[in-house]
Ligand binder design. Structure first.
Ligand SMILES: [Zn+2]
Length: 454
């Protein structure tokens, strides 16, 4: 009997994280994410799982981002009956993110049918808001640092990964072996989140590599935002900021609150947070005070700096307003959500600006904008890009190559095997080479749907 890991997603790509740990006829799925980005990746969401859902005994989520949690509603619909173990923060966020994901998919299918631009007849949602709300019943909250048994005889424990609220690394102990899943690791110098905890000792490590081939520049978010917002305010334009509702939205709000307090940007510059999800997530910072660096006052300031735009009607009414103003709206890679109608409305004017706030997966509209494309496609139409496109280099919620290596180095003893996951090929392979060269640990970049010993 060997302990194996089947890489069902998050292998040679940043999305779709799903690692199936198999031993003695039992199966634990670590993360259950959606594929996003390139169409050939997104199509994988429609394929039946190579490991049938009803043969999976339990799921553990490292954090709530959809590329780690967004497949849970579908897994449940396909017959998964077990528990979904997560930290309290992850459950709170999934409660916000998953129903929204279902809602967006229903909306996309509705639009496609109405305008007839889908190749499928009729276009169907991957899952519905109802599916997403139903699956939350199977969630089970686990405490930080405490062992739990997702499967009888299998022990698991969460440590803080500093990436977003609730984000964790997972240590799994099965059949005398210890396997550590890094999850998405935050930056030790993040403006919002506490630094990741050092890794506990393990035999095998799966480490993320989103920025495995990069080092983050030292300039900080406040400086970059201040420059961009001063520019757009001076020319009376509108800054559209696609934000990840969870994480980057709050970092940007916190930074804007500080810039206003220091009078570095005009106090009168109107800021709108046009994302119910981001609004609800911002409120959660007050509930999970132990996970981040903000004081109660700073949480309040972050909450008060923007006008909250709750309803779709209020969101559409923003279009009648004139600049200068700043609109933060999800999704962060402009793959869906309210940011789309703002982009459609403001991209055509050179006075306006789009501020991209984090990693843009290849194949997303965000990546297309970052590459300087003259047009982008939305709801079946090509939209001309005349607005200035700014990509913030400092607004990443992920550790860079050096920080990932530093994290590994803090493990008391070398691991016998490292699997480099959650990165595009170039990033993953660069990190693999550095682990082999600088740490002299064995490292592999697994291919999609490959099986390796744990
Ligand atoms: Zn993440």
């Amino acid at each position: 009997m060997t302990l194996n890991i089947r890489f069902l997603g998050g292998a040679s790509t940043v999305t779709g994280s799903k690692y199936c740990v198999e031993f003695d006829g039992k199966r634990l799925l670590v993360d259950c994410g959606l594929f996003q980005g390139y169409k050939q990746l997104r199509l994988r969401n429609w394929n039946p799982m190579p490991t049938p859902a009803d043969q999976i005994d339990a799921v553990v989520l490292t954090h709530a981002h959809l590329d780690h949690s967004g497949y849970v509603p579908l897994l449940v619909r396909q017959g998964f009956k077990g528990r979904v173990h997560a930290t309290s923060g992850t459950k709170d966020l999934c409660n916000i993110l998953l129903p929204d994901s279902g809602h967006i998919q229903e909306e996309d299918a509705f639009f496609a049918n109405k305008h007839g631009y889908s190749k499928h007849e009729p276009a169907l949602p991957l899952y519905t808001k109802r599916d997403a709300m139903d699956c939350i019943r199977q969630f089970h909250v686990e405490k930080w640092g405490q062992w739990f048994e997702p499967i009888p005889g299998w022990k698991a424990r969460f440590t803080a990964a500093g990436h977003i609220l609730g984000a964790s690394s997972l240590l799994l102990e099965v059949a005398g072996r210890r396997v550590l899943f890094s999850g998405d690791l935050g930056r030790p110098d993040d403006s919002l989140m506490n630094p990741p905890e050092p890794p506990p000792q393990a035999d095998t490590v799966l480490i993320e590599s989103t920025y495995g081939d990069r080092s983050h520049p030292t300039e900080n978010l406040d400086e970059e935002l201040s420059t961009a917002l001063k520019t757009v305010a001076a020319r009376g334009g509108v800054a559209v900021v696609p934000v990840f509702a969870v994480g980057r939205a709050q970092a940007v709000l916190h930074s804007i609150a500080q810039l206003k307090a220091k009078a570095e940007i005009p106090h009168s510059l109107p800021i709108f947070l046009d994302s119910p999800m981001a609004i609800h997530t911002t409120a959660l910072f007050g509930k999970h005070m132990e996970e981040h660096r903000l004081t109660a006052d700073q949480v309040q300031d972050m909450d008060h700096v923007a006008t909250m735009v709750e309803t779709p009607e209020q969101s559409k009414a923003l279009i009648k307003r004139h600049g200068p103003m700043v609109i933060l709206a999800a999704s962060g890679m402009a793959t869906g959500g309210r940011v789309l109608h703002h982009l459609a409305n403001y991209l055509g004017n050179h006075r306006n600006m789009v501020i991209l706030t984090g990693f843009q997966s290849p194949g997303t509209r965000g990546a297309t904008l970052a590459s300087g494309a003259p047009t982008i496609r939305m709801h079946g139409k090509d939209i001309e890009v005349r607005a200035e496109i700014v990509q913030l280099s400092s607004a990443s919620a992920h550790a860079d190559g050096n920080q990932l290596l530093d994290w590994l180095k803090r493990m008391p003893q070398p691991a016998s095997q490292v699997y480099v996951v959650h990165g595009e090929n170039q990033a993953a392979d660069t990190l693999r080479q550095r682990i082999e060269r600088e740490l002299q640990w064995r490292a592999v970049v697994p291919e999609h749907d490959s099986v390796w010993p744990a």
